[in-house]
Write a protein that binds this ligand. Structure first.
Ligand code: GLP
Length: 246
């Protein structure tokens, strides 16, 4: 596991975009796993800027998003589909048919999850998976629990996640209570993983990810068992972590 200390959110975002850009340049047909949330927003803006300058070509790239709320359609502004369209897909030359997000409006959980897992497998697996981290240590929407769930599944969101995500919605009641997410196994099967963390709210989760036991109570802690994980965290997210050699 490699840890890069970024000075702040901007620095983290440039470093993260550079790693993603290098992946696309070295393999123009990359299969990427993408994340949503506030954390990767500026990373996406950097990529869009570099695309506009002609440095990047997304025409061969395929993407699989980590998760989607259950019960909202892509036309809902708060859906992760809408987030991805706004922040990346509508602004670069990625082919729509190469972008994949679990269908939040589809109620048949088993169908959504099986088809999503199969599609990732048929694409040859994810080469580079981008992750954020929840305040409670979740990755994707894999919430703290008694066991690690392997494959794509439907999850009941933890109260702390609903509280953390209500800032995106008009009213707390509007926050969906369930989501479809890649499982911990889906994430761990990615060849390379890049986790981003910014801000004080993530400091506890990041410290536990790096120093605590590997436990499904801190889902991100399983990343310590992956052979190729890079973490880029800013100073605020690392306040509880002593200076480490990188
Ligand atoms: C959300 C998403 C995660 C994301 C995390 C952190 O609930 N499901 O994929 O990484 O929480 O979000 P943010 O970056 O907004 O703090």
């Amino acid at each position: 596991m490699r840890l890069y200390r970024a000075k702040n959110y901007e620095d983290m975002s440039i470093k993260a975009a550079s790693i993603l850009a290098a992946q696309i340049v070295t393999d123009p047909n990359s299969v990427l796993g993408l994340a949503t949330g506030s954390t990767p927003e500026l990373m996406y803006r950097n990529l869009v800027e570099w695309y506009k300058k002609g440095y990047l070509d997304f025409s061969g790239v395929s993407t699989y998003n980590l998760d989607e709320y259950r019960g909202i359609s892509g036309t809902n502004e708060q859906s992760y589909y809408a987030y991805m369209m706004k922040n990346l897909f509508s602004k670069v030359n990625i082919k729509e048919e190469n972008t994949h997000i679990p269908d939040g409006f589809q109620e048949d959980t088993r169908k959504v999850c099986k088809e999503y897992e199969d599609a990732i497998c048929q694409a040859g697996g994810i080469e580079l998976q981008i992750l954020g981290i929840g305040n409670n240590g979740h990755i994707g929407f894999n919430e703290p629990s008694d066991s690690f769930l392997e494959d794509c599944h439907c999850v009941n969101l933890a109260e702390s996640t609903i509280q953390a995500n209500k800032r995106f919605f008009e009213k707390e009641e509007d926050v969906p209570k369930q989501a479809y997410t890649m499982g911990v196994g889906t994430i761990m099967r990615a060849k390379k993983i890049l986790l981003l963390a910014s801000g004080k709210a993530k400091a506890d989760a990041v410290e536990k990810l790096l120093n605590g036991p590997v436990t499904p109570q801190i889902p991100a802690s399983i990343l310590r068992l992956h052979p190729d994980v890079t973490i880029i965290a800013d100073e605020e997210a690392l306040v509880n972590v002593e200076e480490m050699k990188i």
